[in-house]
Ligand binder design. Sequence first.
Ligand SMILES: C[S@@+](CC[C@H](N)C(=O)[O-])C[C@H]1O[C@@H](n2cnc3c(N)ncnc32)[C@H](O)[C@@H]1O
Length: 422
Amino acid sequence: MNDVSALAEYLLNFSLPADESRRMAQSPLKKTRVEILTVDGIALDCYINEYWTARQRQSSSIQEISYRACFKPQLPRFFIRLLTKPGDIVYDPFAGRGTTPIEAAIMGREVAANDINPLSKILTEPRLAPPTPEEVDIRLASLTSDPSLKNEIDLSMFYHPQTEMELLTLRRYLQEERNTGREDRVDRWIRMVATNRLTGHSKGFFSVYTLPPNQAVSPESQVKINRRLNQFPEYRDVKQLIVKKTRQLLRRITNSERNNLLRASEKALFLENDAAATGAITSDSISLTVTSPPFLDIVRYARDNWLRCWFNCLNISDIENKITVTRTLEEWERKMAAVFRELYRITRPGGWVAFEVGEVRKGRIELEKSVLPLGLQCGFEAAGILINDQRFTKTSNIWGVANNRSGTNSNRIVLFRKPPAS
Ligand SMILES: C[S@@+](CC[C@H](N)C(=O)[O-])C[C@H]1O[C@@H](n2cnc3c(N)ncnc32)[C@H](O)[C@@H]1O
């Protein structure tokens, strides 16, 4: 896509390309609806359609890692396919579970990722160089549980004593491998899978029935949950569950996708900086940024991940102090202004930024209205706002109560382009 007007034309007359329509198996397309957003006297077109479907089966199995406020892989895929070509560098300054870099790597692009929370790299990097289930199995078989290990905190409300001992053994092994520089891609993969299996609501997790690991409840709350559900932690075989999840993550990945991932892993850049200070990224180098920022004070990325931090020996207070939590819109805008200045520096002339803003405070705060002037002030051209309007039917089962909901869900993405060099 060469310029802003070509993009507008595409969004307006949207139809799925043949290869994607097979992959997405999407319902018949609606006609694009256009609404005008006016901010400070500047009018911008909003293009509304179901540009991608959120059905999980339509994305790669290797993306099936839980993380608070993550977006679906279909979102970055849409922009990567449209706005980049193989070999271009795709970046996310707030990478989270790594949805953008993983999708970009699968599609043969180079990747750069940043997130101030070290968990992001732990969850993302190993998936660029996946081992086989057999390699994982052999590595785990070499570990012998050590009954003398003592935990510094009481996790008996989550784990059967035998499971906890296996987890402590694995945690110590991984820490030793890391501290002595012996850690390899198989260790990193095992760490990533275990971090993702710590707590959850099925027998595929190490814990008794509880919330997923990205929203781990406190030990006190878990005691209450156990009492209410009259449940006790049963034994879960840590090694077996890691191998099982490995197979699941790799079940829908082709040889060419695996090769693309490996190629991207050789040059991938992972940073743990503030998104406004990423000096290690060369100026004018990034072809496309696809990102969603922390939204005001809605998600507590560190606290909700406390068990993941424990397993990875990370200091939760250190992380909490660094993560951006803004209580007012003015504070958020100041922070994002600095991020936009940095994005302008690193974007190549003619490159793009797709900045997703979620629904905040039940739609009462429309962050796109804040984002538009921030981008323009730095020198970006505004290319429009894309609203992916999708219908969904969701069945969730919370505390044993079936909850069938259907409705609509929307992603709102403000699109910018850095003007090409004249
Ligand atoms: C909305 S989430 C991104 C989720 C991501 N799109 C995904 O699919 O997983 C925002 C992320 O910003 C990170 N974060 C918060 N403050 C930051 C900062 N100042 N610099 C860099 N990352 C930050 C959080 O740790 C969190 O992972």
